[in-house]
Design a protein around this ligand. Sequence first.
Ligand SMILES: Cc1cc2nc3c(=O)[nH]c(=O)nc-3n(C[C@H](O)[C@H](O)[C@H](O)COP(=O)(O)OP(=O)(O)OC[C@H]3O[C@@H](n4cnc5c(N)ncnc54)[C@H](O)[C@@H]3O)c2cc1C
Length: 458
Amino acid sequence: MSLTKEALQALQKCVDPDQLINAHEELLCYSYDGTGREFLPEAVLLPVSNEEVSSIMKVASAYNIPVVPRGAGSGMTGGSLPVAGGLVLSLTRMNRIIEIDKDNQIAVVEPGVINQQLRQALHPLGLFYPPDPASLKFCTIGGNVAECAGGPSAVKYGVTRDYVLGLDAVLADGREISTGVRTAKGVVGYDLTRLLIGSEGTLAIITKIILRVIPRPTSRRTVLLLSDSIADATGLVARLLHIITPATLEYLDATALNIVADKIPFQLPTQTKAMLLLELDGSKEMVASQANQLNNFLEHENLLMVKSASTDEERDSLWQARRSVSPAAFALKPDKMGEDVVVPRSRIPKLVAYTEHLAKISTLPIFTFGHAGDGNIHVNIMLDRSKPEEVEQANDAKHKLFKQVIDLGGTISGEHGIGLTKKDYLAIELPPTSLNIQRQLKQLFDPQNILNPHKIFP
Ligand SMILES: Cc1cc2nc3c(=O)[nH]c(=O)nc-3n(C[C@H](O)[C@H](O)[C@H](O)COP(=O)(O)OP(=O)(O)OC[C@H]3O[C@@H](n4cnc5c(N)ncnc54)[C@H](O)[C@@H]3O)c2cc1C
């Protein structure tokens, strides 16, 4: 326990009574995330302003209390779990869209804004915020920035970091900083904005975000490709991207397809082993022209089916099916190690073949799906954590997978971050000097190690 009676009294002075939670049953609501693991905080604070965040951090720093920033708690690597007890700082009440500047294509938001809400606010103005994690209906922009979230559209539009121009943040000792610009360009000093993006709540609390937004594409077409060979389907990805740049290029293997089969609006041929789900976007003319190029290219490919979604409902069902894969996987086993590895696109077939090998030598279900267009494949190792032999097998498979990914020239996380669940593997990818400089940066920002301790570093 790090929260003394005295510290609690000091915190009570920072916020109104309804912004501080310490009843056990309410604390439970802030004890978990997308990993299914649980750690109970000692108190939860729900600030509504930068000033409140700052005064909370001053108290936390004075009393040496761990603080874990939290958005919607949908993270997949334990980032928002209070593993050392202390405080959870929920940013969900800082949820205002402060400004949309249409002329300069900028949106300024508080961190608790839900991704989808921002998209909806931009829509009538003809604007668009592309980063689209599959959790977009419930995850926060603050959480997206802290994890540098990606999504299906990253193949064409990039990830969260490509849209963040500047930030306001509160440091561990309560000092406030502003980083970046609200202009299209800016190179003054070190790029602290980029440093904070993806820092997983370990360097500062993000309290305001200046985002670049772009004109909304007016037309879309969703195309589904089915193959009886995983190698053929994944081998198609790099070649297809020589012809067109689709807005999304997703991949699902046969197991992933099976678990969401009831949501797919077509009967899939029984020989189906893999699906590629593409979306073309732009003006009507651009989409038609890309569709033509795609059709010409696909004429020479050996596919089971090529089909366009003919209505908005069909399109929505296909995307709903794709977004449901992660939660639906729990039909296979109660627990999941969901890894979001990335390899150069041309090496996806090798990675997928290796995961099939891992599945063969294991008794656990292992399946793959993900953002094939940018080489970001989600490898899911399903297990029952109450069975030690399954945990051992899953850990072994995860370790082998990460080594293989590095051998293929890839990275162990494309979008979910390191958090708690991958920190023991950091040294597989980062050389010692790089790791040491990162530790020194953490020390500079947070000398007392109170901001999200026990995360990222082994
Ligand atoms: C079904 C499902 C699908 C998903 N699909 C994707 C996907 O396609 N792409 C993807 O990238 N991710 C995906 N995720 C993971 C997750 O949704 C993202 O990582 C998301 O960005 C987390 O946002 P959140 O608001 O839930 O943050 P949380 O989980 O609450 O927090 C995540 C991390 O950010 C830190 N943090 C949160 N807010 C702040 C802040 N204001 N300041 C500083 N640090 C902060 C936390 O301390 C933590 O380390 C998925 C998750 C689920 C459950």
